[in-house]
Design a protein around this ligand. Structure first.
Ligand code: SF4
Length: 341
């Protein structure tokens, strides 16, 4: 373990067997993994942490992913926010001090039918009104729509594979093509957009799968790499599947950090809310995602109500915790420098 961490600290490549050893660590060895991850984060980012505002503006989706509350066959309340309301929420988030606006939607059939015209117009008005970088998380879209995002200088395209095991992918993302999803993000990268890749733990993967996914996602030139734990949702086929131990998510964050020292790695508030922030930052994360303005009737992705209306999932709530950990939020200029291509 010591030798593996020393290799990591020296910037050397890690083998799959070494990644598996890190994933299996516990006790003092697990703590040493987090310490190495923090050392590497400090080397490149010092004490700076970045904050992302989250706007889930349509919870309609044409897909039927087995792990997702918003799968098309789940009989739930859904919304599609009006453009004015999305703009207002984006402005509120910008004023509160986030560095980026993450505009997320399910694969809403209405927007697909309209060739994304309303979404492109929302993006343009948000960019004009806030001046902030934007991440679009629209699911899989055709290349001509990615071209439109790139033309509007949308900085980021987020699209998560969740696993690099194709068989497992097929059981999770029903009737969706692995390569189509992968190729969409790779295409966005060729158009100058930054990409965010993501994994999920607790979805039936083996340690080998997880190690394969961690290593593979570290080689697709993704500037941001996220991992989230599966959270069971009412009405989905995986409703009875247990949420995994959070140590696995933290260890994955730490391994992603040591393999990708200069990457942005999120601590998502969407899994355990504000209570889960410190452990993820301690594991080497340097971005806090899923910050929302209170009382806006928005949903989360994995947790559709946690902390959403009580005001603690806000910039102010996050800053307090970061300060108590001896960290600070970076300036907007510092964030701009991080994401320069
Ligand atoms: S994970 Fe995304 S694509 Fe799949 S059902 Fe949920 S919102 Fe739709």
């Amino acid at each position: 373990m010591k030798a593996i961490l020393q290799k990591a600290l020296n910037g050397q490549h890690l083998e799959k067997s070494e990644v598996i050893t890190l994933l299996a660590s516990a006790g003092a060895e697990e703590r040493a993994l987090y310490e190495a991850a923090r050392t590497i984060r400090t080397r490149y980012f010092e004490d700076r942490i970045y904050l992302y505002g989250f706007v889930y503006f349509s919870t309609y989706c044409r897909n039927n992913c087995n792990f997702c509350y918003y799968r098309s066959s789940n009989q739930i309340h859904r919304y599609r926010k009006e453009p004015d309301e999305v703009l207002m929420i984006a402005k509120q988030l910008a004023e509160s001090g986030v560095h980026l606006l993450d505009l997320t939607m399910g694969e809403d059939p209405v927007y697909h039918e309209k060739e994304f015209t309303p979404v492109l117009s929302i993006i343009s008005s948000i960019k004009e009104a806030t001046g902030l970088p934007v991440m679009i998380s629209p699911g899989v879209v055709p290349n001509n729509i990615i071209d439109e995002f790139a033309k509007r200088n949308v900085e980021w395209y987020a699209l998560y594979q969740e696993t690099y095991n194709r068989d497992l992918f097929a059981t999770l993302r029903l009737d969706q093509e692995y390569d189509r999803r992968m190729n969409a993000k790779l295409y966005a990268r060729t158009q100058g957009m930054l990409i965010e890749e993501g994994l999920m733990t607790g979805i039936g993967e083996s340690m080998e799968d997880l190690a394969d996914s961690i290593l593979a996602m570290s080689h697709i030139d993704a500037k941001q790499l996220r991992v989230m734990s599966f959270v069971p949702q009412k009405g989905i086929p995986m409703e009875q599947t247990k949420s995994p131990d959070r140590g696995l998510e933290s260890k994955t964050i730490a391994i992603l950090r040591i393999l990708n020292p200069k990457s942005l790695i999120p601590a998502s508030l969407d899994v355990d809310g504000i209570a889960g922030l410190a452990s993820r930052i301690d594991a080497g994360a340097n971005v806090v995602t899923s910050i929302i303005p209170p009382n806006t009737g928005l949903a989360g992705v994995a947790q559709n109500s946690m902390d959403i209306d009580d005001g603690s999932r806000t910039v102010e709530g996050v800053r307090k915790i970061l300060k108590s950990m001896g960290l600070r939020t970076g300036t907007q200029e510092e964030y701009q420098r991080e994401i320069q291509v």
